[in-house]
Write a protein that binds this ligand. Sequence first.
Ligand code: ADP
Ligand code: MG
Length: 255
Amino acid sequence: MERISSYAKTLGLSRIPEILDSIAEKAADDDISYTDFLEKVLEAESAAAKERSMTALLRFARLPFIKTLEGFDFSFQPSIDKKKVLELATLRFIHQGENIILLGPPGVGKTHLAVALGVQTAEACHRVYFTTISDMIMRLTKAFNENRLQERMRVYISAKVLIIDEIGYQPLNSEAAALFFKVICKRYEKGSIILTSNKGYGEWGEIFSGDSVIASAILDRLLHHSTTINIKGDSYRLKEKRKAGILKSLDERRC
Ligand code: ADP
Ligand code: MG
């Protein structure tokens, strides 16, 4: 057992020493063949390897929380075409370098869906990276000032899927818009972007301080190969508060 553990360690097979005893015992009880025994050992090691790579990919992704599509209540948000979302969950969009744009007012599940697709991406062993637009611009501006823009840019370019959350909450000045445009251009037709915004496309000029030229240049590239999910509905956050009775007085006042 010691020698096997040592070989396993040399080969980087960390699960084998942990499970060999119990698999060997069960194999003796069940009287299984040598090949079936080997299969069970390799199966356990391969499951552990997948788990390790998933943990590393999720750490790299910097998702703000873990949410899944199973945890999304589609019946609460009938404006969402569930079939379209499930099609996106097959991850065909990644192989086709397509973008996903989730639009809608606050609390309707844009970040939830973006994160769920991000988790799905990591599960398929692809690199995904999550950022809010304000954090991305802040870091790129800092990197630019410190003469290391290329290096920071790589973080946003290298992932197979880049999630950019919360576009539209704050206007972007012309330097910020130029950095955002650079990211979009570098990823164009190479890597997918999942983007969320509380503003419809018609209002995107406002985000870029009225610069409709850069707004349309960005939209042009983003939308070329893309799927838009336009969510029109109530905030799920408010639904939960309503349920708890917190908004009752507000509703009564509105009536
Ligand atoms: P948005 O990004 O559109 O502002 P979020 O995705 O942050 O909204 O959603 C707000 C909260 O409500 C999150 O905790 C999210 O998981 C939850 N939520 C939103 N919509 C749904 C839904 N249809 N089913 C389950 N949870 C939801
Ligand atoms: Mg959000």
